[in-house]
Structure formats: structure tokens, C-alpha cells
Design a protein around this ligand. Sequence first.
Ligand SMILES: O=C(O)CCC(=O)C(=O)O
Length: 250
Amino acid sequence: MSYFTNEEKRQFKQLGFVAKEGIIPDDIRARAIDVLWDTIEADRDDPESWINAGPTGNLSCGKHDDIGATVHNTAVYEMAEELAGAGNLKSPSNPLCKMGYPTGHDDWEPPSGHLDGYTDPDRSEAWTFAVGVTMNIADVAPKSGGFTTWKGSHEKIAEHFRSHSLLTGYDINKGDSPDIASTCERYEHAAPAGSVVFWHHYMLHSASINCGRDIRMAFVTRFSFKNLHDIMFDLPYNTWGPWEGLKDID
Ligand SMILES: O=C(O)CCC(=O)C(=O)O
């Protein structure tokens, strides 16, 4: 059974992401949302308390089974393998729970994007993955904290790494390298609960500012190539070689 049409796979290659609706079933989402409300410091029945609530960063409840179920009991891993190739990805772990609390103002500005995996120059080490997955656990309205990415940035990042060390990914995140995002069209995943974006590991991305009324509830997971350490330095030159699920897609 195929989850993606050839057109969707083509979009993934060209733009670096593909979004699908209705992937996380309502019952799984509902249980995960209960865990979130038990974790965050806000009153579920008092929207005023949601403004600039906390905690920020990755929530501590990520290990909860009802959070893990969004990855382990849904199609997301199989879908990612349909793109990367069956058997090519490491086993999934629980997702990161990323809340975007309402700011309480409507002075929205576009976010700036970053690259995952190259953020710590002190480690003198680079890593990447294969497929990023961002799941909307509740509805996300425009300008309300949605996952944001820049169309085609994966190809421009690959081009950058063909003439710069992978460790210069940190410079891209600090804004010390050419501004790649400004040359690409921005996409914000303002989409219903249960929708999922699959994104290439070289995509610039971020969450947007939340000028909406609701808490943006999203989970992020990153599936890695099993043989990442063997192929990581070739990836800028052979961007699609390892993606066996896309080998017949131009
Ligand atoms: O919360 C989001 O939508 C983006 C998360 C993110 O930037 C990341 O996981 O690196």
C-alpha cells in the first residue's frame, strides 16, 4: 500500500517537504492532549492562563506511552520509510513535545529558520538524520505557531555543503552565512489536528510566533538513516542516492 502519490513524492524532492492530513487518529491525539494538559502550567479551562505559559522547550512528558503512541501506533514511521526506502531508517523513538504558547499580541513577524544537527560547534561534530516529521496534535491557525519551512532550502543547503564543511551549519543558524531562507518561499503548516509534515533533513525550519488564541500543540520527531555515519559526508553530493523510495521519481 502506498501512502504518497508520485506527485507528492515529487513535491518532497522538489520543495523538500510534503504535508498530509488525517494521519494521527483522533483517539490517539486526545490521549496525548490529556498528557500535555497535565504537564503544562496552564489551566485548560482558562484561555487567559495560556498566554506566555510554560514550560517552553521539549516537555518532560515525552516518554509517556500516550505521547509515544503518536509515532508507534500510527503510520508516520512507515510513511517516512516509504520516502527513505523500506528498512533504511533507525527504529523510531518518542517524539518531542513542542508547545507554542499564545503571545497575547497580534504583532506577527515571520520567524527565521535553522538547520538541525549542526548547532554545537564545541562538539566539533556534525550529525544529521533523514526525515523530520512535525505532527499537529491540535488545530493550528495561520500565524499561530505553525511549523514553518522554506521551499527548496534543502537543495541550497546541499549546495552550500558542497563547498563548506558540514560544521559551518552552525554559521547558517547564527546568520553568519549567506541568507538562504530569504531566497526561498516560506511555508507555514497552518493545518488541522492530525496533519503531518514530512521534511528533508536539510530543510531550514522553525516554529512561527503564535499570535493566535490557542496553544500550538505539535510533536516533532526525526528519523535517521541506519547508515548515517557511512553516508553523511557524501549526502551533499548525493542528496537523493540513499532515498530508495524516491528512486523512480524525477
Ligand atoms: O516546533 C516546531 O514546529 C519546530 C521545531 C524545531 O525547530 C526543531 O525541532 O528543530
